[in-house]
Design a protein around this ligand. Sequence first.
Ligand code: KIV
Ligand code: NA
Length: 263
Amino acid sequence: MSNITLHTLTGLKQAGKKFTVLTAYDSTFAHLISSVGIEMILVGDSLGMVLQGQQSTLPVTLEEMVYHTTSVARGNQGAMIMADLPFMSYATPEQCMASSARLMQAGAHLVKLEGGSWLAESIQLLADRGVPVCAHLGLTPQAVNKLGGYRVQGKDKASALQMIEDARQLEEAGASMLLLECVPSLLGEEITRNVSIPVIGIGAGPHTDAQVLVLHDMLGITPGRRPRFSRDFMQQAVSIEDAIRQYDAAVKAVTFPSPEESF
Ligand code: KIV
Ligand code: NA
């Protein structure tokens, strides 16, 4: 398979075809996930929770993100690699550029950051310098203390309209992709229709251009309660590889997420 690029993913959106994203933090899983044909690997700061056992993503450092991105890049077989900028590593545009440079040099193909229109300047600076950016909207886990918990965002009209406007502004600033976490399906659909860049969803309903899950959630091994928007693909699988293939197939056939797995 030839390497997946932004051009590939934008083309899929234009053709009305779904693509699949899955997190990975090491070389072996990166190899497996990309070999199965999943288009994008996210080196998520969710590693703070699923690898380190932290209560939130806030303790994750840039050094740790660089380390895991390097490992993922070594195993990758042609998927696009997106890496998270961790908490407070992009508080100013200058810091954002320096931190993004580290992730790109570690092997990321694009970086993801969390927040709304306040990020426009940083996104534009990165885009001008050849660094594609994905803007993460809705439930932004690095802001959990401000949000007052992990809860669905954009439920009332004012916050929904604000998110639609943020999406528009960030596309205009040069974002190459958006990611929506925990928003009502209708809002996920509206934002996906409103922008020409691909929109990845998690807990954002079936209408986004792509779906992402945390690896440990879809393998059913995350301690505690599984989030409502996730599915344990090991239930019907004969192996980890089979579970990953079933996830990819379910995203592409739009049988995941179901209404019960959406808001
Ligand atoms: O860190 C992560 O895994 C993420 C996904 C939940 C979207 O940002
Ligand atoms: Na993240």
